[in-house]
Design a protein around this ligand. Structure first.
Ligand code: C5P
Length: 250
């Protein structure tokens, strides 16, 4: 990353405890496996992401269990439907003690989710708009019929989503610095696509190391396979937190 991006990003940052800057994606085949991972990670990790694999394995209820354990939960449902359906789903999710909920970053969908949450009188979940998946690159976008440069598309979608009321965005580290400059410190930027420099990329294309992503302006990073596949997941999570602290100059 360029130094020009790094310095302003650091001085304009959301105040969060270090432990909450790492969100572990519980992308595991069964609810039992997810529970075992949470137990293994213990106090090291305080924020978990429940995504489609867990939701369809019956793991939606994990969010309440994690809430009771004092952990925060990110429900990565990436909702995409007509406004009424997104609104009704958000109203139900708001009863689950979830901290973050993702919707696809289309403005009408964001607006429906935010309106439903507010109408329910709930402060949570914060609504995060997915900009462009970190598994996609410029060629994928062309294939899908998008002819904008990838970082311009991310910026465009982020600005539209925020205008529609989103509390934050999900974007790769490559767009985080530009978004941070444009959006200021109050907008959450959550960054998946995180890999140690020697880890396989798998299906991810826009990847960064934990330190690079934080220095670029991400508030929080999402890490799945780099921790889940590690022979010692708790040690790996601790090493990532140390890398984050280093990037934050703590
Ligand atoms: O295993 P890995 O660290 O690549 O997992 C990344 C997680 O973040 C996955 O659960 C994936 O669904 C999610 N995610 C992503 N890119 C986005 C939004 C969410 O990789 N733009």
């Amino acid at each position: 990353m360029s130094d020009v991006m790094t310095l302003p990003a650091l001085s304009r940052r959301l105040d969060l405890p270090l432990r909450e800057r790492l969100i572990v994606a519980l992308d595991l085949p069964t609810v039992a496996a997810a529970r075992a991972m949470v137990a293994q990670l213990g106090d090291t990790v305080g924020f978990y992401k429940i995504g489609l694999q867990q939701i369809f394995a019956g793991g939606l209820g994990l969010s309440e269990d994690l809430f009771r354990l004092g952990k925060k939960t990110f429900l990565d449902a990436k909702l995409m439907d007509i406004g009424a359906t997104v609104g009704n789903a958000t109203e139900n999710i708001a009863k689950r003690g979830v901290e973050y909920l993702t919707v696809t970053g289309d403005a009408p969908i964001v607006r429906a989710a935010v309106t439903a949450r507010n109408a329910a009188g709930a402060r949570r979940p914060l609504i995060l708009a997915v900009t462009v998946l970190t598994s996609l690159d410029q060629d994928d976008l062309s294939d899908m019929g998008y002819h904008m440069a990838l970082d311009d598309l991310v910026t465009h979608r982020a600005l539209k989503a925020l205008e529609a009321g989103a509390d934050g965005v999900v974007a790769s580290g490559f767009e985080a610095a530009r978004l941070r400059r444009l959006l200021g410190p109050g907008t959450r930027i959550i960054t998946p696509g995180i890999r140690a420099s020697d880890s396989p990329r798998d299906d991810q294309k826009r990847v960064m190391t934990p330190g690079e992503a934080i220095r670029a302006g991400a508030d929080q990073i999402v890490v799945g396979r780099d921790i889940l596949r590690s022979p010692d997941p708790a040690a790996k999570a601790q090493a990532i937190l140390a890398e984050i602290a280093d990037a934050l100059e703590l």
